[in-house]
Design a protein around this ligand. Structure first.
Ligand code: HPA
Ligand code: ZN
Length: 340
């Protein structure tokens, strides 16, 4: 397939985004604009200087910059603008359903109230549902470099907004902060009715994926690339059809894998794993959903059948109700059936 044809094919696929940190969609242009109106100084003189700084050797180098960028977000309007910019962007890429993460502690630690953060994000999601026909779920992530007690405080702060929050996740610095550290707060989160996911096996070992399954009881693993180190784990993921939300551009940018040509996606699909493609932190890693699909398909020579599988998997892995899942899956199948 030519590059132009591949792009056109990808553009047309109805897509679900299941692994996206809203703070990671903060484009430098918007960062500058919000910094200016909030009278906050940035460490950079220009958009180009910011982009120049986006070269990472590992997860931590990225996180340091990502948390710094988020510091210009202060008012409800800022969180609304951030989320709305993301939603209009992905709408243009034929993303029809999103399940997005936000990191409340990145903001509450700086004195920004929980309600300011979530209200801005939620209003943008509601507007996108009404005006862009994008359905959504919202996932609150605990920062794993902080303590269990801090996560419990965040759970408590979220309770007045329970109706707006569908699940909890676990992100930030993985190595040295295993899922077991959060077993009790995940149990308490489940007791409040939240669904559970966790980042595991991005930089951390396969053992962290086992922990996320056995100690946290998650229904999806975010990333999970490292499962291939452990065949018994792969067998378990396949048997239980536990989704892995992969983020190929993120993996290359954070040197989780060295080259896109080495990405494990095809191996995982071959083994019957419910693998999906997402964008993680698109403003930092060079692309949204289409760019992730494109880079992966190009480097790994994915055929249409594999692309269709990935797109179907994302709706299967989503938290939509069964009727909506079926509708979207039929739309994907119909699309590929009629491709010329
Ligand atoms: N990994 C862990 N934490 C994160 C990431 C990630 O890729 N992006 C934003 N927070
Ligand atoms: Zn992530």
């Amino acid at each position: 397939m030519t590059s132009a044809n591949l792009l056109t094919t990808i553009q047309g696929i109805p897509k679900a985004e299941l692994h996206l940190h809203i703070e990671g969609s903060f484009e430098p242009e918007l960062m500058f604009e919000i910094a200016k109106r909030n009278d906050v100084s940035l460490d950079f003189d220009s958009v180009d200087a910011i982009k120049e700084a986006y070269k990472f050797n590992n997860l931590q180098e990225f996180l340091d910059i990502y948390y710094t960028g988020a510091q210009v977000l202060i008012h409800e309007q800022d969180f609304f603008d951030l989320t709305w910019a993301y939603l209009t962007k992905v709408h243009s890429q034929n993303v029809v359903h999103v399940e997005i993460f936000f990191d409340p502690q990145t903001h509450t630690e700086r004195g920004i109230p929980f309600d300011v953060v979530i209200t801005g994000i939620y209003k943008a999601l509601q507007r996108a549902k009404e005006e862009l026909n994008i359905s959504f779920k919202l996932i609150m992530s605990y920062l794993r470099h902080l303590s269990e007690a801090e996560a419990f405080k965040t759970l408590e702060a979220s309770l007045p907004f329970k109706e707006w929050i569908d699940g909890v996740g676990l992100d930030s610095s993985e190595v040295g902060n295993p899922p077991s550290k959060f077993a009790r707060v995940f149990k308490a989160s489940a007791d409040e009715g939240y669904k559970l996911v966790a980042h595991a096996g991005e930089e951390g070992p396969a053992a962290y994926i086992w922990e996320a399954l056995d100690l946290l009881n998650v229904v999806r693993i975010d990333h999970g690339n490292r499962c291939l180190d452990d065949q018994a784990l792969v067998d378990r993921l396949r048997a239980e059809q536990i989704p892995l939300t992969l983020c190929p551009l993120s993996n290359v940018e954070l040197k989780v894998i060295q080259h896109m040509e080495d990405h494990p996606l095809p191996k995982l699909l071959d083994q019957g794993i419910l693998a999906t493609i997402h964008s993680d932190d698109p403003a930092y890693f060079g692309g949204y959903m289409n760019e992730n699909y494109y880079a992966t398909a190009k480097a790994l020579n994915l055929n249409n059948q594999q692309l269709e599988q990935v797109a179907v998997n994302a709706f299967k892995a989503s938290w939509l109700d069964d009727a909506s899942k079926e509708e979207h899956i039929n739309a994907v199948k119909h699309y590929f059936k009629h491709l010329t």
